[in-house]
Design a protein around this ligand. Structure first.
Ligand code: MN
Length: 488
């Protein structure tokens, strides 16, 4: 990978934008990572380069690609976040800061943290571009995972499938979702992966191509007759999704009939329905498999017509019919909206683009579900903070370190003496903010909470524990004055 390839790819999607700053960012990152190696033995700079390239593939904007190049600089080199800000400005620095923060969250595979992690992932990033960078970073880490011990590979793969993949699905970035899924599938179930790969790539390939040719020969003249300008492709079926279907429906590979799937891309919505009509007059459709996601898009914004017909030799074949715009959307999710919106007006501006996208999404689909899920103010009354070990805790807004301490363990709460917030000394009654890393310093000899804490704690758990001790201690005082009272 070279920086020139990244610049060229970037210019494809953003013609007319001065991308020379990417050279600077590259030189900066290269110098900072000088002498560092990846576990695979290659120079470290290859990793940020690949991350940045994947970002250009999903049509990210300039600040995002720069941040992709710099994303590991503050964490792993002598250059600090302030240095990055001085050199590349606040927008880029904020993106890099977001990545560094997300990197601190650790995954332990415990059910309890899974939901929190997903939520935190979304809540902690006021800017969804951070999540895109994190995804591309993860994708490159997965692609170069062989350098790691097998157990670690599996942990990372599980984390990706449980946390990253669902979020990619939620944001509609299916391109990244599929790529991550198939690599994780290979890491977690290598035998099954290779078996399916062989069936799909070797055994079925010839059959698939012949069948595709047959369909094309019948369909093409009809589409031409109707003046529909079309593109047709064999839909690449992802191995993990085939595997999931086999598991869910308890079927063998040969029984998953939409393995034969074709995609037709046409210029307009009108052409979509025209094409559907032509297909249905040529072959008999299976009515239970027909879906009009153009009239009723999926919650993540996905649009397309799906139909399964009994094609030549009675073989069930799935068609997806969509416009080019819908196609891009299905690959890049929210990012595509932004791209289209701006390329139409042909002007380039980036800040707040995600907010705009969310607005657009709202207008376009009318299904509030995605908007609700993505919209960060869903989390308005909750914050997510983490322990130095990377465990995530969900707390009500305006919670204090004492609330956090009791959320971790009653003993930590009872013995809390002071607190470090993001490695700086804080106060036990100060309000925590989203993404804070909180370390409670305990005092061994202390066993009682301070009743004054009741004045500021927010969680019920903390209140109850402190009151419990307040009651106990008044009983103890009584005992001291009236020796007759005894505990049984
Ligand atoms: Mn990285």
């Amino acid at each position: 990978m070279t920086i020139d390839r990244i610049i060229n790819k970037f210019k494809e999607n953003h013609p007319g934008v001065d991308a020379s700053i990417l050279h600077l960012a590259y030189e900066y990152a290269k110098e900072a990572h000088q002498g560092q190696m990846r576990k695979t033995g290659e120079p470290y700079i290859n990793h940020p380069l690949h991350t940045a390239y994947i970002l250009t593939e999903i049509k990210a904007d300039l600040a995002t690609v720069i941040a992709g190049l710099l994303h590991d600089v503050p964490e792993d080199t002598y250059r600090t976040l302030d240095d990055v800000e001085k050199e590349f400005g606040e927008e880029v620095a904020n993106l890099v800061k977001g990545i560094t923060k997300l990197g601190k969250i650790k995954y332990r595979g415990i059910e309890r943290y899974k939901e929190n992690l997903k939520k935190m992932f979304l809540a902690m990033t006021n800017d969804l571009r951070v999540i895109f960078i994190k995804f591309c970073d993860r994708l490159n880490n997965l692609r170069t995972i062989e350098g790691l011990p097998v157990e670690k590979q599996k942990r990372i793969a599980r984390e990706t499938l449980e946390i990253y993949v669902p979020i990619a699905g939620l944001l509609g970035i299916s391109r990244l979702k599929w790529q991550m899924e198939d690599i994780c599938f290979k890491i977690l179930y290598p035998d099954k992966f290779h078996e399916l790969e062989y069936k799909y790539e070797v055994e079925k390939k010839v059959e698939r191509n012949q069948f595709f040719q047959k369909i094309k020969n019948i369909l093409t003249p009809k589409l031409k007759e109707a003046n529909v300008d079309y593109g047709i492709e064999i839909r690449f079926k992802h191995l993990y999704s085939i595997y999931q279907k086999m598991q869910k429906k308890n079927r063998k590979f040969d029984e998953i009939y939409d393995v034969f799937a074709l995609r037709i891309i046409v210029p307009s919505i009108n052409d979509c329905y025209k094409t559907l009509g032509i297909i249905h007059t040529l072959w008999k459709p299976n009515p239970s498999r027909f879906k009009d996601y153009i009239a009723v898009p999926k919650p993540n914004g996905y649009k397309s017509l799906h139909t399964t017909i009994y094609g030549p030799e009675g073989k069930a074949t799935e068609f997806q019919i969509r416009t080019n715009e819908m196609h891009e959307e299905s690959l890049y999710g929210l990012a595509a909206h932004w791209y289209y919106k701006h390329s139409e007006r042909n002007n380039y501006q980036s800040p707040n683009w995600i907010k705009e996208i969310i607005e657009v999404q709202k207008e376009v689909t009318n299904t509030d579900e995605l908007v609700k899920k993505v919209k960060l103010d869903v989390f308005q009354d909750r914050i997510f903070v983490f322990s130095p070990q990377g465990d995530v805790f969900e707390l009500p807004e305006r919670s204090t370190p004492i609330d956090f301490a009791y959320a971790v363990h009653s003993n930590i709460g009872n013995k809390a003496a002071s607190v470090l917030i993001n490695d700086k000394l804080g106060k036990l009654d100060q309000e925590l903010r989203n993404g804070d890393m909180v370390k409670i310093v305990t005092e061994k000899n202390r066993h009682h909470p301070n009743p004054d804490w009741l004045k500021f704690v927010k969680t019920r758990r903390a209140k109850e524990r402190i009151k419990q001790y307040a009651r106990k201690s008044s009983l103890e005082r009584l005992k001291r004055f009236i020796p007759g009272i005894k505990e049984k």
